[in-house]
Design a protein. Structure first.
Length: 53
């Protein structure tokens, strides 16, 4: 008979993956609508600057 190891292997719960929902960022919180509005305003501003001179 083969000897059994006395070492017990526990299952890996995270498998080395980062759980991003557990991390809290300190940056500003923006909604998707705010990002779209800022992008459109910036694009219009660049368009006006390009053709104003």
């Amino acid at each position: 008979m083969a000897k059994k190891d006395k070492k017990v292997d526990m299952p890996q719960t995270g498998a080395g993956l980062v759980r991003y929902f557990d991390e809290e960022s300190v940056g500003p919180k923006l909604s998707p609508q705010q990002v779209v509005i800022v992008t459109v305003v910036l694009a219009i501003f660049c368009f006006v600057l390009r053709f104003s001179a």
